[in-house]
Design a protein around this ligand. Structure first.
Ligand code: ZN
Length: 133
């Protein structure tokens, strides 16, 4: 696994939070992207070598809506860059981690992604992401 690619933060309103985090970082987000299959709208900020991803639910069944209902706004996941996501999924399964996506899926920001169940990672939802060339 390589660097932390981004940290995902669940928010109620992307619009309000874009303004808040722009004030915090001193620069605006560089993109907003909806991931229909996940029921989320995302926005991304460049912060040095890492990114911050804001996530807003687009429907009540969205995992982000459920997360906010249970825990409120806050850190939702940590994403790590990997070079070969399929090899990494196989390696982590071998180590006994619960991988939620046996096949990587298309995520935001032109990435192939897979998640590890927080049950197997001390309560932290971990995302693997591979840059698509
Ligand atoms: Zn993410």
């Amino acid at each position: 696994m390589d660097k932390i690619e981004h940290i995902g933060i669940a928010v109620k309103s992307i619009e309000k939070s874009n303004a808040l985090f722009a004030a915090l970082f001193g620069k605006a987000h560089y993109k907003v992207e909806e991931v229909e299959s996940e029921g989320v709208k995302t926005s991304f900020f460049d912060v040095g070598p890492n990114k911050i991803e804001l996530l807003e639910a687009t429907n009540p069944e969205s995992p982000i809506a459920k997360f906010i209902e249970k825990k409120g706004e806050g850190i939702h996941h940590i994403a790590f860059a990997v070079k070969d996501i399929k090899a990494e999924i196989a390696r982590l399964k071998g180590e006994g981690f619960i991988v939620l996506n046996s096949e990587p899926k298309l995520g935001a920001d032109n990435k192939l992604v897979a998640f590890l169940h927080p049950k197997s990672t001390n309560g932290v939802l971990i995302e693997l992401c591979e840059e698509r060339s």
